[in-house]
Design a protein around this ligand. Structure first.
Ligand code: B3K
Ligand code: ZN
Length: 867
């Protein structure tokens, strides 16, 4: 598993995990005074610092105008410190240093959405990972924890003045200004500092913790959006209860605030006691947002809340450990969401994201371990690998331990490390110590890149009535991470009787668990296990519930897959069987008949029982997913054509099924969210297949669905059918949607996305959308809505999409490099394209190199070009 490698070259700006050193000074306390004016902001800081190791006292600072610095009440002259674009170094600092700085920053012109920035009528912060150094000079690293007191002062046109912790005092600051002082009693790193200054309305509620603490809950948003905050509020209370029940973790402050802003680079931020959220992750209302968006709001609310323990109270020693907090918190939010909707569907959705995005990331030039050992720009490492693969590692360990032992392990982690900044090793060792089961082999998963391939072979022997499974694992070599070792792979499996469809009891000494799944822990390069007592050759179902994040290579026959679609009791593997079969039909030219028969057999019952799972069984792998499975000579149009042919065949073969099912469903009668969501999803699928059939009634039905419902999922589903099929009423419906929702940014995002995703969209379609008065390059959500729509057709991405992405990368390189680098990744699979496209896109990327400067975009582009 190790091959000789070319020497790897790193740039001067690369930071390495192996170079970690403790901070020279710790901060006992910090007092910040932030005074916001229209054209500048003054920041006064007082840091009470204590030496920990020898070396200079270094305060990091970027884009800050330093007015004055004092050490122990003495104003320092220019010879007593060194200042450059990145840091302020105080020379000859004593053991105990009180540093006072006065500086000026410009949130009003900060377009990077990092540090303190103005977004419309509000000022907000985003400090993870390294934004705090844009607010004031500070040892801005996660292993420096301190107690923060914050005074915020602004004009009274901004009535809301918030910071972390408890409100100590408010008052006047001259005629038209006022201030508030907040004190956060919990020690925290600077990336968790937040303040908000604005004109916002608030939704209030309260929660009593398991310890009897009464917590004031507040969600701040624009006045008109307050009614859309109730779902988030309920999700917050639910999360608080869930964490008490599942992890024994109660909330620790007297208030918990959430602020919604429309200009935000990602989903949300877990600042201590003062979360800041992208509106898309807090506002939820079925009249304005889709069912998927509502699910996402609940998941993100839970995610940020869960960070209070996994991330905030126990934080990361350094940014290489990012997956310590993110992987664990994603695993926690996924488990929470499994209680909100069909658990099988939640798992399907999580694995779909992993396979569609993390697997290709890990197979290409941006591949890195969940805990990388070097980076240039940490913001480029908030990746699918850190988050989603990180979550999978925790899931493997948790499943292996079982509920009780996992809880003993997590209890031990919180007991040992509360209040500390720790590493991935600390987590795995605490989990092992608490549970009494050594999990240290799982550390390999954190430090190795690439998706392992799990190659399995089955052999049945009728004479002995036994079945042997042979497993091998293969890891793809990576130039920067040599010496890859076999990882522990928990393989959950079941054996089915081929005639009765019943599960065989599992007789094998190799399994670590027989309940509820048989689990074999495969941790070598190769192994064989044997099962006895099997009267007929079994149908095996491997990797149930996706028990490990690996690429399974097993030679299922199409008939076996059809069998699993009908008989698997694990909803995830039932869905997986449809996807494996469809992938063969689409990429390997297998015939579709077996799939269609199995589906026809399985669907009717499932629609009654779990409509949401039924809707997922109708998933046809997206063109982008299929593209991610092709490593050479990828021809987008060929994939498109094959997929179209399959969809048309499905439309025709199932004849009246689509329309009958459409009419048989009535989401309005379902009281349970998961059921209603499932019925809505199904109805939208049925409509689109009817459109494919050319059903004479489809536009009438879509028009009715669009105009007679208030539910956004139903409205958008219908509008898609009308617009994408150029129905006579399409333009009118689009106009009506616009007129109704022009002041509702999130709904308008859907309007943009839907048009950009038109199957016949052209360069001109995109141009018209980006020239629309409501298109805004300062709002990441809007940029993403158009780009996301466009990208739903890889044929378009690799045609006119390339220039769209390049233009965005050039523009954002200076204005918002975090976003610019992220969006550029849309082109990261350029190297898989068939010629001449491959060379064309490569040339465009090479030409981009001379036009971008930010560390973010340059690092991403350089890695992309290393493919
Ligand atoms: N911790 C933040 C992400 C910060 C991203 C910085 N570029 C949100 C989250 O994962 O909860
Ligand atoms: Zn997170």
């Amino acid at each position: 598993m190790n091959i000789a490698q070319d020497p790897v070259i790193y740039t001067d700006e690369t930071v390495f995990l192996k170079d970690y050193q403790k901070p020279t000074f710790l901060v006992n306390s910090v007092y910040l005074d932030i005074q916001v004016y229209d054209d500048h902001t003054i920041v006064d800081a007082v840091l009470d610092m204590k030496r920990q190791t020898s070396g200079n006292l270094v305060l990091l600072g970027r884009d800050i105008e330093l007015k004055e610095v004092q050490l122990n009440d003495q104003v320092l002259s220019a010879e007593q410190y060194q200042l450059d674009a990145e840091q302020l170094v105080i020379l000859n600092a004593p053991e105990h240093a009180i540093i006072k700085t006065k500086s000026i920053i410009h949130p009003e012109s900060n377009t990077m959405l990092e540090g303190l920035y103005q977004a419309g009528d509000i000022y907000v912060t985003q400090n993870e990972a390294e934004g705090f150094r844009k607010i004031t000079f500070y040892p801005d690293r996660p292993d420096v924890l301190s107690v923060f007191t914050t005074r915020v002062e602004a004009n009274k046109k901004f009535p809301v003045l918030l910071a972390n912790g408890n409100l100590l005092e408010t008052g006047q600051a001259g005629d038209d200004r006022h201030y508030a002082i907040w004190e956060d009693p919990t020690k925290k790193p600077s990336y968790l500092f937040a303040c908000v200054i604005g004109d916002l309305a608030v939704l209030k509620d309260s929660y009593v913790t398991s310890e009897g603490r009464e917590v004031a809950l507040e969600i701040y948003a624009e006045d008109k959006d307050i009614p859309k905050c109730h779902i988030a509020m309920e999700a917050l209370k639910h999360s608080m209860r869930w964490d008490e029940e599942h992890y024994g973790l109660p909330y620790d402050l007297d208030n918990y605030m959430i602020v919604a802003v429309s200009q935000f680079n990602m989903g949300a931020m877990e600042n201590k006691g003062l979360n800041i959220f992208n509106t898309s992750c807090v506002l939820a209302d079925e009249a304005y947002t889709t069912d998927d968006a509502i699910m996402r709001v609940q998941a993100v609310i839970a995610h940020e809340y869960f960070h209070n323990w996994t991330g905030n109270r126990i934080t990361c020693r350094d940014w290489f450990q990012l997956c310590l907090k993110e992987g664990l918190t994603v695993f926690r939010d996924q488990s929470f969401s499994e209680d909100l909707q069909s658990a099988a569907v939640q798992r399907i959705d999580d694995v779909s994201v992993l396979k569609a995005h993390q697997f290709p990331e890990d197979a290409g030039p941006l591949s890195h371990p969940p805990r990388p050992d070097h980076f240039v720009e940490i913001n480029n490492f908030y990746t699918m690998t850190v988050y989603e693969k990180g979550a999978e590692i925790n899931r493997m360990m948790a499943n292996l331990l079982g509920k009780e032992k996992y809880r003993q392990g997590t209890d031990e982690y919180f007991r040992r490390h509360d209040g500390q900044a720790v590493t991935v090793e600390d987590w795995v060792y605490a989990l092992s110590a608490g549970s009494g089961i050594d999990l240290s082999a799982f550390l390999l998963w954190y430090s190795q890149p690439g998706t392992p391939s799990l190659v399995a072979e089955g052999q049945y022997d009728q004479a002995t009535e036994s079945y042997r499974l042979t497993f091998k694992q293969r890891l793809k070599a990576h130039p920067k991470y040599p010496n890859l070792k076999p990882v522990p792979i928990p393989i959950a499996l079941a054996l089915f009787h081929p005639n009765t469809g019943e599960q065989y009891p599992l007789n094998s000494t190799a399994l670590v668990s027989n309940q509820p799944d048989g689990v074999y822990l495969f941790d070598q390069e190769e192994a064989v296990i044997e099962f006895t007592g099997l009267t007929e050759q079994p149908v095996v179902s491997l990797l149930r519930n996706f028990s490990a994040p690996v690429n399974l290579e097993f030679d299922y026959s199409d008939e076996d897959l059809a069998f699993l679609i009908q008989h698997e009791t694990n909803g995830f593997n039932q869905w997986q069987a449809t996807q494996t079969l469809l992938e063969r039909i689409l990429l390997k030219d297998h015939v579709a008949d077996i799939y269609i028969q199995a589906l026809t057999h399985a669907l009717p019952q499932l629609i009654q029982k779990d409509p949401l799972l039924a809707s997922r069984l109708l998933d046809v792998p997206s063109e982008s997913y299929l593209a991610s499975r092709i490593d050479h000579n990828y021809q987008p149009f060929t994939v498109f054509e094959k997929r179209e042919a399959l969809l048309n065949a499905l439309a025709q073969h199932l004849g009246g099924f689509w329309k009958e099912t459409y009419h048989a469903l009535n989401p309005a009668l379902q009281t349970e969210f998961s059921q209603a969501k499932g019925e809505r999803a199904l109805q939208n699928i049925m409509l689109s297949f009817m459109a494919r059939q050319g059903d004479a009634d489809v536009f009438t039905l879509a028009e009715q669905q669009f105009y007679q419902n208030k539910n956004m999922t139903q409205r958008v589903g219908a509008l898609k059918v009308l617009v994408w099929n150029d129905a006579p009423i399409a333009k009118q419906a689009l106009q009506d949607f616009y007129d109704q929702f022009k002041d509702e940014a999130l709904s308008l995002d859907l309007w943009f996305m839907l048009q950009a995703a038109h199957p016949q969209a052209t360069r001109e379609t995109i141009q018209a959308l980006t020239e629309h008065p409501d298109y805004d390059l300062g709002t990441p959500n809007r940029i993403r809505s158009v780009l996301g729509g466009l990208n739903s057709h890889p044929v378009h991405t690799w045609d006119f999409g390339v220039q769209h992405v390049i233009d965005l990368a050039i523009y954002l390189d200076q204005k918002n490099p975090i976003l610019g680098a992220r969006l550029l990744q849309v082109l990261s699979r350029w190297y898989t394209l068939a010629e001449p496209k491959r060379s064309e896109v490569k040339d465009v990327l090479l030409a981009l190199q001379g036009q971008v400067k930010s560390k973010n975009v340059v690092e991403t582009l350089t890695s992309m070009l290393s493919a």
